[in-house]
Design a binder for this molecule. Structure first.
Ligand code: PLP
Length: 307
């Protein structure tokens, strides 16, 4: 079965999916994106990602090209036609195609929208989580608005590549005060020796992960003490447990930082419990109100809901 992508109103074969060379996403990284995890054929934490997409667009003054209902119908269809049971959906919206000029094009230029789907191996991800991963640390070289999910990911790509070169899976980035901001593609967490769950507060320095918020809620429900504050590499090395969170990896324990063990060098029990709770409750969190309706109804209504 060939993969199907959605490009500017058309469902096309993935191999043929393309945007114009003067797309501003391509030339200026003038674009935002979202990634949904798919568990059991359902888009996980659907509305959280949709809301963050709207926020990213607003922050960059990019027009929302479709109503939420129309977008929901397309996303559902992409999951269905690609028969994704477990994997991810990637969506990117750029400011559109225009003659190369730093200044924004006129409002008449429509934003470009691209959606792709990819299956992943659930068993491989689960065994990776059970083994735990190694992370390295590097200076954070990104711009000052990391809360906006833009495709401007070169520092993240360099950080991830550095991790790969050292046999690690992630790179935790360090700000000028010596504190960890987050991973190249995931939020960073520790559980201190006193059993307090710590992650950095969601300001402009990090992406406010949708998984991050869910893990926070699950941890509080389990009675874990929580704190939103920066932590250093040294504090992380003294921690009892550490982990990363993202829509595609859920929660993955960190067992080594810069080649030194975290805790006893094995995935922590709280981390694995939270991962288990996250996956177990994914189904309840996946269905947005708009998704509880049949696709044809959403598609028909969406004509009247453009905003
Ligand atoms: N931080 C960064 C830099 C990311 O790229 C990601 C995910 O791609 C996250 C955090 C986690 O965000 P979410 O849980 O919404 O996937």
């Amino acid at each position: 079965m060939s993969r199907i992508a959605y490009v500017n109103g058309q469902y096309v074969r993935h191999a043929q999916a393309a945007v114009h060379v003067e797309d501003r996403g391509y030339q200026f990284a003038d674009a935002v994106y979202e990634v949904w995890g798919v568990i059991d054929g359902e888009l996980t934490d659907f509305e959280g990602h949709l809301k963050r997409l709207a926020r990213s667009l607003k922050e960059l003054q990019i027009r929302k090209p479709l109503s939420d209902a129309a977008l929901t119908a397309i996303l559902q269809r992409i999951v269905a036609v690609n028969r994704i049971r477990y994997g991810l959906i990637y969506l990117q919206i750029s400011r559109g195609v225009a003659r190369r000029d730093h200044v924004f094009p006129p409002d008449s230029v429509p934003p470009s929208i691209v959606i792709t789907a990819r299956s992943a191996n659930a068993n491989a991800a689960e065994s990776r989580a059970q083994r735990g991963i190694a992370v390295i640390t590097r200076p954070d070289q990104r711009w000052a608005r990391r809360d906006i999910k833009t495709v401007s990911l070169l520092p993240n790509a360099l950080a991830k590549q550095a991790a790969r070169a050292e046999g690690a899976a992630e790179c935790w980035m360090i700000d000028r005060d010596g504190m960890i901001t987050e991973g190249a593609a995931a939020n960073a967490w520790i559980i201190t020796a006193d059993g307090v769950l710590v992650t950095r507060a969601a300001d402009h320095d990090i992406l406010n992960g949708i998984t991050r918020r869910i893990i926070f809620e699950l941890a509080e429900k389990q009675g874990l003490a929580t704190e939103e504050r920066p932590f250093s590499r040294d504090e992380a090395l003294r921690a009892r447990e550490a982990f990363i969170t993202s829509a595609t990896s859920f929660l993955t324990p960190v067992v080594r930082i810069d080649s030194q063990p975290v805790g006893n060098g094995h995935p922590g029990s709280f981390s694995l419990m939270l991962r288990e709770r996250y996956v177990a409750t994914a189904k309840d969190r996946s269905k947005a109100p708009a998704m509880r309706q049949p696709v044809w109804l959403v598609a028909r209504r969406s004509k009247h809901l453009q905003n």
